[in-house]
Design a protein around this ligand. Structure first.
Ligand code: FES
Length: 143
């Protein structure tokens, strides 16, 4: 026998599947790389126009991204975007990782509704800011 709660949960999931790809739902409900890296080589926290914030911290070894973690106080889509963004950059050359943009995140997620596209932009802006923070740290050490 199904309870009223089960029925509502079923309706919500049906609606989500109608709007979002399996990849979006999976990454929103089971996000990868959540957290903060202690002693990160680069870190950035960016707040988007919607008021939500994403933070990404990275670890770099021998020019490659060895680890990346994210945190957000935002919507389910921002969780999915942060999750995929940190997956996309792992093991990438640090310079190549700068090429990962909102389009890369959208492609990896199988697309997003128009109204949620800014969540992918926020994730890619945060990613780039974390990489720039890494390069700024290097140049500071060189001085
Ligand atoms: Fe703000 Fe998604 S609504 S990041």
């Amino acid at each position: 026998m199904t309870s009223k709660f089960d029925e509502i949960e079923q309706q919500v999931m049906t609606e989500m599947r109608r709007i979002y790809s399996k990849k979006v739902i999976d990454n929103a409900m089971n996000p990868r790389n959540v957290g903060h890296i202690k002693n990160a080589d680069g870190c950035a926290r960016v707040t988007g126009s919607c008021g939500d914030t994403i933070e990404i911290s990275i670890k770099v070894k021998k020019g490659k991204l060895s680890d990346a973690k994210f945190w957000t106080d935002g919507c389910g889509t921002s969780i999915a975007c942060g999750s995929v963004a940190t997956e996309l950059i792992k093991d990438e050359n640090i310079t190549d990782a700068l090429r990962i943009d909102s389009e890369s995140i959208l492609n990896a997620l199988g697309g997003l509704p128009e109204s949620d596209m800014h969540c992918a932009v926020l994730a890619s802006d945060t990613l780039r800011a974390a990489i720039k923070d890494y390069f700024a740290g290097i140049s500071t050490k060189r001085k």
